[in-house]
Write a new protein. Sequence first.
Length: 372
Amino acid sequence: MSLTTFLESMRSLGVSSLRDAVSSRGHSRDFAYARGDYLRSRIMIVGLIFLVLSPFWMLIDSFMLPDTARGYAWLGRAIMVAGLLATVVLAWRSSGRVLQTRLAAGLLIALPALFYGLVILGMPPDWDGRLIGYSFIPFMLMVMLGIFPFTLLESAIFGVGLLLLEGYALHMGGVLLTAEGFQEIWLLAALMCITLTSNYFHLGLLLRLYREATHDPLTGLLNRGALHQRLEQVRGARQNQTMALLMMDLDHFKRVNDQYGHAVGDMVLRQFSQLLRAAIGTGDFAARYGGEEFVAVLVNKSKEQAIELAERLRQQVEKTPVTAHDGAVVNFTTSIGVATLHSGEPFDSAARRADDRLYEAKKTSRNCVVGI
């Protein structure tokens, strides 16, 4: 298989680009919320499993640990159980709060790792380096990273931390520089590579499924259902704020399709969506509402600011034609209705007002903005 064929097959599987897999910096805001919800559900499930198993593991504390380490272990286990309970509650209450969800994910990995380190600290000086019932913890946590759609950077940070923890455990047991120690580190490093590969494909699949479920395939904007979901997420994260709503329609779009064909009509839709994305702010979001109708939600902007933005967009659309395949220049324009979306107001109520103003704009002259 040639390199080109391999890359094409990877694209057909929907695997994310290396940039999207390495870091979340390039992820869209709406995908960050979706990944946060995905992480949140898994954090709560795994956290509850740990909470259920922790009391039973106290039996292993009693039988496997020497007296000098047992007190550390019981104290550490009590702290870990309290921390896991707080982690589950934190995840449960983190809907729409991406940073809070990521903090919960970090705690879920860090708490068992810290418990393992505390047990090692309590071992006697003549400890032979073996911790039956405990030495599997770094390996379990390393494999567990593959359950979550972490980026490669996030998993690498956790993975290196677990490698250092295991190296410390082997050093304290006096076996780090032995064949047994090298074998333990090598196995953990191999599991880290497998986990990173799993994260890469996991995140890539999630990105693909998310885009198919929430984005219009032609324009790349949100679809109608995803627009409502994104609005609820923003409202959940930022209470009592006023937003502005733009309802947009391409003028005489049927005439473009009839005169130049649907392929050119699709080019017009894509061109408009690019201009719309460039016009709105980083915290705003837009959707293809149906056919040639589009909606944009402007977060924390007044109606006056929204009208100014809409007018800039209208002018930009007017002077940015599309060139058809035969070289013909296709000009197109847009009409825009603007309304205020008040805090707690149903979206449909504000959408009706914006739609009424859009109808007024099209009835009056088209290629204009109405926001009064």
